[in-house]
Design a binder for this molecule. Sequence first.
Ligand SMILES: [Zn+2]
Length: 272
Amino acid sequence: MPEGDSIFRLAARLRPSLVGSVVRAFAAHDIADAVAATLVGHAIVEVASHGKNLLVRFDDGRTLHIHLRMLGRVSVEKPRSAYWMPRRTSHQLRLDVGRVVVVGNRIPVLRLLSAGAEERAPDLQSLGPDLLATELDDDECVIRLRALGKRPIGEALMVQRALAGIGNIYKSETLFLEHVDPTAPVSELDDETLRALVKRASTLLGANLGEGPRITRKALTGPRFWVYGRNGRACLQCGPSAAIERIYQGAPPGRSTYYCRSCQTMPARSPT
Ligand SMILES: [Zn+2]
């Protein structure tokens, strides 16, 4: 599942092949052929990521914006092995720069922004700080989380206009490691706790920028994650007496959150 770390890694993988290269051919099934053809001959000047967004910038100021959501995939292929569906299937991409061909499938958000349009795109401009930025502004993240008021923190951490990069896995793992109840409203958590959540999420994402599978536990044995996908299993901190639960948060059908009711008790609530 693409989260901020996978898009960061994808940008790093694309950068050496694309930056400085000139577009030889470009086709995307969601972009008119006549428009796509106007990219041919232009050089790629930058490949960037912000949260879960991939941005390929061209020398004429245009930007290709890609968001993979749950199922989208982008790969770098040798020209001969680059596979292109002959029929017009939606959500596909083919960017040929000679040495390599970038192929995308099932990409739900794929658009070519004209020069200056990136700066005016509400969805991009409203994004919160990138958790993988070299200098993360955690105060800004706290302010933006705080603005979500009574939203449960398990929902709030996924709001990309608060902080950019967290998906379902890091949400559950971050809350577990900070002992925070995912159903707690943001308004009941103090700034110190919000800041700790931001830093923890940033650290977890940052630890997964190399090769290999995504992990949040450093243990040599056992599961890769503390709680994610471990519904009904024993909490790795509490032991067999506490089972990990799965709940759904946000607008139906909701997104799954895994947590331990026994050790994720922040903020402590006074008995009623
Ligand atoms: Zn526990």
